[in-house]
Design a protein around this ligand. Structure first.
Ligand code: SF4
Length: 220
């Protein structure tokens, strides 16, 4: 498995099946680690967060999940949701899924820009993302929607329409696009939204989740 960083009961892996233009992780150095090495680094944890780039593209993800489960370690898995079959396989070993969503998934043009996919694959990605969320919901897993707020691609009306499609979830995290080298690569045409705009989306998000978290300027 290609690992970017491991520590504090979190693993960030490399590789992704999307090509978001602002992504910092696609450009980070990775280290090859086998499942045993990773588990050894995590064995004192009660729960572990696996994110990255994209964990589901790693062929040995299931082995890692199985080994963590044998040790009684609870897992939260962050994913873009493009591979519902991997979500299905991981169900026995994952207690919470974090689905990363960028922009308005009803507008294929913006999905293409924000994910770097062509039209055909962007349409498939949206279909699969909704399928993955449905699988997690049907199997009563905890769900966090992790939403990147870029003002050109979302407003309150569009956000509500999207959330209506997803339905109620446990948590929504609204992440302010920061356009800062350590968080998001600056992209021409992508402005940093005002935190007040993110907070207006928070009011909508509260209709769909028990807990809403805002991450950005002056927030956690
Ligand atoms: S889905 Fe996440 S990890 Fe993958 S390219 Fe986009 S921002 Fe990067």
């Amino acid at each position: 498995m290609k690992v970017i960083k491991i520590g504090d009961c979190r693993v960030s892996v490399g590789l992704c099946n999307l090509r978001c233009p602002y992504c910092v992780h696609l450009h980070e150095k990775t280290e090859n680690m086998n499942v045993n090495e990773i588990v050894k680094r995590l064995e004192d944890c009660k729960s572990v967060y696996i994110g990255g780039a994209e964990p589901t593209v790693h062929g040995d993800l299931l082995d890692l999940l199985q080994e963590l489960s044998k040790k009684g370690i609870e897992v939260t898995l962050k994913t873009d949701g493009l591979l519902p079959e991997k979500i299905m396989d991981s169900l026995p070993f994952v207690s919470k899924f974090v689905f990363e969503i960028k922009g308005d998934f009803e507008d294929i043009g913006s999905v293409m820009t924000l994910s770097g996919l062509n039209e055909k694959r962007a349409k498939k990605y949206v279909q699969n993302l909704l399928k993955s969320i449905k699988i997690a919901k049907k199997n009563k897993k905890k769900i966090r929607i992790w939403f990147r707020v870029i003002p050109e691609y979302i407003d309150e009306k569009r956000f509500r329409k999207m959330m209506e499609k997803i339905g109620k979830v446990d948590e929504i995290l609204l992440y302010q696009f920061l356009s800062r080298a350590d968080w998001d690569r600056a992209v021409e045409g992508f402005e940093k939204p005002e935190i007040s705009f993110v907070k207006r989306l928070k009011e909508v998000a509260e209709e769909y989740a028990d807990r809403v978290i805002v991450v950005g300027d002056g927030e956690r």
